[in-house]
Design a protein around this ligand. Sequence first.
Ligand code: F6R
Length: 258
Amino acid sequence: MKILILPDKTAAVSSAARTLADKVRDQPTAILGLATGETMIPLYRAILEISVTEFLSFSKISTFNLDEYVGLPFDHSASFRTYMQNWLFQHADFNPELTHFLDGDAKDLILETSRYEKLIADVGGIDLQLLGIGENGHIGFNEPSSSLASRTRIKTLTKTTLEANKIHFKDIKKMPLYSLTMGVGTILDSRQCVLLATGSKKASAVAQMIEGPVTATCPASALQFHPNTLVILDDQAARDLKMRDYYEYVHPGINNVT
Ligand code: F6R
């Protein structure tokens, strides 16, 4: 794992946006795995800003979103498709035919998860998978106890996750209890993973992911097996790391990056 610790959230977001922008510029037909959530909003804003100043085109980029709630129509205000439209796709030249989602409202959810796995395999796999991390150590919606070899499937959401995401639902009683998510194994198949975590709420999960044992109790810890994972943190998210001095020594000067 390459661990970059930036002085604050703005710097961490800029660093992640730079990584993503470089990928799009260097490989205009790249297959990107995308995440949703609060952490990604400033990152998508930053990548859009870069795309304007550096004339970046996304027209040949393919995307696969990590997860989706079960039972929400695509156009529901809290669906991840709506999120992606609002925060990224509608502001740039993405080709809608190349942006892929799990359909949480599919009649046959098992079939839907195998369709997605096959689609990812058919395009040759994901080049760069963008990730956030849940306070409970989830990646995608792979909640604690997820098999570290899991593939795209239905996953029951934990109370922690429901609590963290309830603001997006007007009626909490109608919040989906299940999700479709790429599996941990699916994520590990990506050629590169870039995980962005900001804020003190993520500090404990981040420390378990990087320095804890590899365990299904913290699904993100499976990234220790991935040969090309970049973790970008702000000062707060890095707070509980025991070997912080070492990470800062390995990547000197990174604290000056803006
Ligand atoms: C959502 C996803 C999740 C989030 C995680 C953090 O597509 O992949 O794993 O990245 O729940 O969410 P925020 O950023 O809202 O704290």
